[in-house]
Design a binder for this molecule. Structure first.
Ligand SMILES: O=C(O)C[C@H](O)C(=O)O
Ligand code: SF4
Length: 511
């Protein structure tokens, strides 16, 4: 097993940096389904551009490299203790080289362990089997989509759909609702794994297990096959679209599994995965630890690099407003939902820890007229102590909803960049104070890292790399105005229209 450690490093690096073939095919299909010039088409262009850049740079597709979860099937007699130890070392190694973001945080103190190791991280699950080789699989599922997982207890009442009973049709309603409730916040278009039955724990476990199925497989259970096909077809009629911008594709895949339940409980658990569906696997020789075959890599390989030139042309074609901080109130009030902005100059990152901190403390920098970027980047320091950005896409903004409006007013911030949109409180503050919300493309961490020219400083490093306040100098950083200072919110509109569309699926389908 002398090569097992190297194989695990390879598995982690490949999973974080290269999307599997089945996922690429699903994204390509979505791209072909959108009309040129729409916001959805533009977002998918950025996404495929980003996938190609991650391939080329061997850098994380998305800055949130998630909670690494390994599943291993091992021959009887294989030493699981040694394998666990090698996996942990491989995780620390991949973190050191910037292929993983340090993502393991003490839940009580907030301290980041810095190497992705800690209580409960990574997750490593073993199963014994009668084969003579090791089947090792890894999923890197980020936090934004994890937060959109949902569990239903039947019977229940659902927005738009009414009563969901204890039968296949009730299950159908829950699954349709799960896609609606995620909106664009889990970086749609997404993939879902559905677990039917079990208890609260085994139900979610089963849902996540489905994410290890190939997106192209066919469910051997006829009812589940029908359910999966129904959901993919109809969830795409909700009009939520890529990033929640509206559009033809909202869901890229649905896989459902079933286990028994006990009479009193009937759970439907849904695991939502973003488009950056990073899961790979390999067969490993149990004696040497060497890779003998990669999994999920059958069929045609889509090389998005070839399409990048065409995509760039299309993005340039949109009307763009140039923004550079400090921004005046007048300039901000001239922006409207739908405008594409191109930012150059300074922006400051701030996510969960910073927003909480700023709600009761002064800011180390003057934020008057400035731009806050909801982002927790992957950073590496070189031998001259200079920081470099390895991946830097937006994080889900709604978590800052309790703080954002007050902070914008108190510090004079004119624009916030994030993804997934914000709520009524922020919208009101944007109107009163004169501010905008700019939506960047979630997961496009290479694309945005490329717009960052230099790291000019950092504050509040005590919160750890992802949560610190990074001072970034950018050039031509593109984002879309999705909430303006006139009370308009694209997110509010899409949520409303998708709820109306969801109601079309109220009548029974599976009798
Ligand atoms: O933590 C992050 O950087 C992003 C997160 O995965 C999110 O989707 O909000
Ligand atoms: S930012 Fe988006 S693409 Fe990245 S992990 Fe979060 S949900 Fe996934």
């Amino acid at each position: 097993m002398e090569n097992f450690f190297e194989s695990m490093v390879e598995l982690i690096v490949e999973t974080s940096t290269r999307l599997p073939k089945d996922v690429r095919r699903a994204i390509q299909k979505a791209k072909l389904g959108e009309s040129a010039g729409t916001r959805a088409a533009m977002s998918l262009d950025t996404i495929t551009d980003n996938i190609a850049m991650a391939d080329e740079n061997v850098s994380p597709i998305c800055q949130d490299t998630g909670l690494p979860t390994f599943k291993l099937k091992v021959p009887v007699g294989a030493n699981q203790i040694k394998m666990k130890e090698a996996i942990k070392r491989a995780i620390a190694e991949a973190t050191k080289t910037g292929k993983l973001r340090p993502n393991s945080v003490d839940s009580l103190t907030g301290d980041n362990t810095g190497d992705n190791l800690g209580a409960g991280t990574p997750v490593i699950k073993f199963e014994q089997w009668e084969e003579d080789y090791i089947d090792a699989r890894l999923i890197l599922k980020g936090g934004g989509c994890e937060n959109k997982n949902i569990q239903y207890s039947l019977p229940c009442e659902l927005d738009g759909l009414g009563r969901a009973g204890r039968d296949l049709d009730g299950i159908r309603k829950c699954v349709m609702h799960s896609v609606y409730q995620a909106q664009g916040q889990g970086c749609s278009a997404g993939f879902i794994g559905v677990g039917i039955g079990g208890d609260r724990t085994s139900g979610y476990e089963l849902a996540k297990e489905q994410l290890f199925r190939s997106n192209d497989d066919v469910n051997p259970v006829p009812e589940l096959r029908e359910l999966e096909e129904y959901v993919v077809e109809n969830a795409n009629k909700l009009g939520i679209g890529t990033m929640g911008f509206g559009g033809e594709t909202t869901l890229l895949g649905c896989k459902a599994g079933v286990i028994n339940r006990i009479p009193a409980s009937f759970f439907v658990s849904v695991a939502y995965n973003c488009w950056a569906f990073r899961r790979l696997g390999m067969k490993i020789d149990a004696a040497s630890g060497e890779v003998t075959e990669w999994l999920y890599q059958d069929g045609e390989e889509i090389d998005f690099a070839k399409e990048v030139a065409a995509a760039a042309e299309e993005i340039v074609a949109a009307d763009e407003v140039v923004l550079e901080a400090p921004i005046t109130e007048e300039k901000i009030r001239s922006l409207k939902v739908g405008d594409v902005v191109k930012i150059s100059g300074m922006m400051y990152t701030g996510r969960d820890a910073i927003h909480k901190y700023l709600s009761t403390n002064d800011c180390p920098v003057d934020l008057n007229g400035q731009i806050i970027y909801h982002c927790g980047p992957v950073m590496l320091k070189d031998e001259h102590e200079q920081w470099h950005v390895k991946a830097a896409g937006p994080t889900t903004s709604i978590r800052e909803e309790p703080y954002q409006g007050d902070i914008m007013k108190r510090f004079g911030i004119r624009a916030v960049i994030g993804k997934g949109g914000m709520g009524a409180k922020t919208l009101k503050a944007l109107e009163e104070h004169g501010g905008v919300y700019l939506n960047a493309i979630g997961g496009a961490a290479q694309y945005y890292a490329d717009c960052i020219q230099s790291v000019e400083g950092v504050d509040l490093m005590q919160f750890g790399i992802p949560e610190a306040m990074w001072h970034l100098k950018v050039k031509d950083f593109k984002a879309v105005v999705t909430m303006d200072s006139h009370g308009n919110s694209l997110h509010k509109d899409v949520e409303q229209s998708s709820l109306e569309r969801l109601a079309q699926f109220k009548e029974p389908v599976f009798k």
